[in-house]
Ligand binder design. Structure first.
Ligand SMILES: NC(=O)c1ccc[n+]([C@@H]2O[C@H](COP(=O)([O-])OP(=O)(O)OC[C@H]3O[C@@H](n4cnc5c(N)ncnc54)[C@H](OP(=O)(O)O)[C@@H]3O)[C@@H](O)[C@H]2O)c1
Length: 258
């Protein structure tokens, strides 16, 4: 039996992963952006141990999420699932002046990775769209580029793979992997999404808790419990470090070296 923390588990794939983990006999702590969403998250997954609250658009609240998680003790796995989609029509600035999609999809998993007591396994939700991500890592905060919602989202999903692989390289005592769930009909994916929703949450659950040797690897990228090749730039250690440095500068939070 494992204990798993899942970000963004008030809806969609995070909630589904929580439900499945509980059905398998594991302990789950949920996360929601507000007290109200937290109540709804617990109502949907009532067997969850508890819910931590914090809006990931805010660096201060994201730090607060890490503090709440650490106060609950050790976790076997953390699934970095929370995300904002690709349909943002304009650059929505957070209280820290960053684009919301970057704050939630890139900076929050970085901060939580750095500040939550190290689990045995880390899982990062990416997307097939990471292949269109801007591998220059220029203008991460979209101050010079004209806004393009889908490009901004794709960039962050590229960052999620860079982050997973950076951790795998830096922290050999942790299994750190990324995955794409397919294009599935959640709130984010939209009703017309073509892929199998019932397969969308299983890989992250498997990576979090399975004793299958295929799940106990690190620095890999998955789709439907199988290895898939991410773009080669994700393997570039200089780019990984560049992203970590940028996230440290934006957040003031440093990632432990090893
Ligand atoms: N669905 C797809 O087709 C698809 C494809 C590729 C990758 N993904 C990835 O899969 C992950 C889960 O997506 P999903 O489809 O399940 O999306 P979803 O149904 O929209 O759920 C997203 C979750 O993240 C939470 N969240 C968003 N912004 C937040 C914030 N500022 N603070 C705290 N929580 C926040 C949401 O909370 P609320 O419920 O309060 O909004 C919700 O619980 C994402 O990382 C996404 O990029 C999804």
């Amino acid at each position: 039996m494992a204990r798993v923390f899942i970000t963004g588990s008030s809806d969609g794939l995070g909630q589904m992963a929580g439900q499945l983990l509980i059905e398998q006999g594991h302990r789950v702590v949920l996360h929601a952006r507000s007290e109200q969403r937290g109540k709804q998250a617990l109502a949907a997954v009532p067997e969850a141990e508890s819910v931590v609250i914090g809006d990931l658009t805010s660096i201060a609240q994201t730090r607060g999420v890490a503090e709440q998680v650490n106060a609950l003790g050790a976790f076997d796995a953390v699934i970095h699932n929370a995300g904002v989609g690709y349909r943002e029509p304009r650059r929505i600035a957070t209280e820290d002046g960053l684009p919301q999609v970057f704050a939630v999809n890139t900076l929050a998993p970085y901060i939580l990775t750095a500040l939550i007591r190290r689990p045995k396994r880390l899982i990062y939700l990416s997307s097939g769209l990471h292949k269109s991500g801007d591998t220059s890592l220029q203008d991460l905060s979209w101050e010079q580029r004209p806004w393009q919602g889908q490009q901004a989202y794709s960039d962050t999903k590229f960052h999620d793979v860079l982050l997973a692989f950076a951790i795998a390289r830096r922290w050999p005592d942790v299994l750190s992997n990324a995955l794409e769930p397919g294009w599935v009909a959640t709130k984010m994916g939209g009703a017309g999404a073509p892929d199998d929703l019932d397969a969308g949450h299983r890989t992250q659950v498997w990576l979090a808790v399975s004793d299958d040797p295929a799940a106990k690897v690190t620095g890999e990228y998955f789709f439907h419990m199988g290895l898939r090749k991410p773009i080669p730039a994700t393997r570039n250690a200089d780019l990984q470090e560049k992203l970590l440095d940028a996230c440290a500068d934006f957040s003031g939070v440093r990632l432990p070296q090893s």
